[in-house]
Write a protein that binds this ligand. Sequence first.
Ligand SMILES: [Zn+2]
Length: 237
Amino acid sequence: MAVYLCHERPDLYEHETSVVEARPGRVLLDRSAFHPGGGGQVSDTGWIDHAGGVNEVVGVETVDGATWHVLADAGAQLSGTVVVRVDHERRSRIAQLHTDSHLLNALVYDRFPGTLVTGAQINDDGTGRMDFDLSEIDNDVLRGLDAGVNEIIRSGVDVRSVYVDAEDAAAVAGLVRSLSVAPPPTVDGRLRVIDIDGVDRQACGGTHLTNTAQSRPFRITKVESKGKRNRRIRFAV
Ligand SMILES: [Zn+2]
């Protein structure tokens, strides 16, 4: 994982850049604030303003390390200097869900030590899910965990991203809790860690809030059985 522009500048939603390469319906940019998705999170969407008008970006596809912005108009071929605009509201919705999923994860981990996350999906419609391989099953406890998540949301806890040495991180129990969600280290061997002050500290490459109070209230909508020790928790904001 490279260090994304959206990691360095999470507040950057619009900027000028230039087209590096273009194919019909897709474009490679010199730099872009779009999150490319990954680790269970969908990519950003938005718009590209160019000399000929505005094109909608429906997603981002990474092919052989190149990040292609996929356009709604499959025939469009862009060139020159452009302005990219990230769909701010959609990014915010995803960041809320994503940050809340860390809170949920921390509470599950707290209540059922030794539990593993086996999968996660954050959608752009305000819903998501996390799959757990639990050390102990108690569906009632799982269903009631949204109260604890909302308590942390109301407390207004700061969320920071820090970079740690990947080898040190491997030695800290719980830091890389889920193999399916954790991003690979950066080229210089550092791992991006999301630190929710006193609540959760976990390797992650997604987009997050800067304070839990920015999230709307969180709801667990369903707990599904996916096997003897496996449960899928569906949630929404
Ligand atoms: Zn995350």
